[in-house]
Design a protein. Sequence first.
Length: 397
Amino acid sequence: MNVLFVCHRFPFPPKRGGKIRPFNIIRHLHSAGHAVTVASLARSDEEAEEGRGLEAYCEEYLLGRVREPAQTLRMVGRLATTSPSSMGYFYSAELAARIRQKLSERKFDLIFVHCSSVAPYVASVDGPVKMLDFGDMDSEKWLTYARFRKFPLSAGYWLEGRKLQRAEKRLARQFDMCTCTTRAEYETLESFATGVPADWFPNGVDAEFFTPDDTPYDPNLICFVGRMDYYPNQKAVRDFCRDVLPTIQAARPGVRLVVVGADPTAQIRQLSELPGVDVTGSVPDVRPWVRKAALTVAPLSIARGTQNKILESMAMGVPVVTTPLAAEGVDVVPGEHLLASQTDEEFAELTLRLLNDQDYRKKLADAGRRRVLERHDWANSMRRLDEILHKTVLASS
């Protein structure tokens, strides 16, 4: 097949959540013999240059540049309209023109879109089979933010969530198939009652890259991994340092927390002034930090879709303590493959149990690694995608 693949973040190198899923889909389609043309956005010259490595996984790519402050002004310009501001951020006249030109030059059998933010580029295109992979249902993310932020931000997030929900419903009806990452996201999509076939296929993890090694772990080290310009991660770390870490340190003096993630805000950097807290900022490779830790924590009170940080830690044989909400995004049994707690007190208790009991830590680590290999291997996920594509193409032929 000739495939036009449109995504909102340039999918190479696959170093962050918004790039990992589309990259693995593109790589799979390419390896299956399909001719893939990728259309995406770069936010800087550095990102565009670094993205050249995608050439090995596709036939060609179409690149649009988005730059500040122009994109923020596009968002602001949509505040008084019915159009979601977030979709304004991902609009590039350059990319739109390149997509139109390519559609006029080449016949595509399939248009595959990852993320609703870029669906408007091709929503009105007729002819090819069209599939929209929402990934996460972004409207629910904004509506969740509204419950956690103070006015007037809460009102802004609520409005954006409602506008985006309407847009998601409208866009879904312009595609032949819609998908997302988890069963929970799929249930949200189905609740929209668009009448369009829907399904889901999970995110995976590169279990050969994220693999255990012989690095001895530090029995007093806890690790958190995640981009620190992302509000749910910021809130999780701040709350953990305030409400959980002091309890752990009181019971086990010497316990330290390392926060590993790019672009920490000034408020996050200030956490390094707390006893036993280190904020690294961006690192070239998170694996040495995770492998050195006794465990990782993902104390997220706001979570949608799959938390890649959980999968990667489990794949490396490092146990995870998280919240039930974050655990919903991975195919695990809490208590068997990872630990999950709703309260600060229990979160501290579970963390201390892993720190104090080496045998229990190893049992959980081994079970987590096995579960990743069984349920979150990219090859298994792509087989599920192939089944979805097969029935979608057949139904449209």
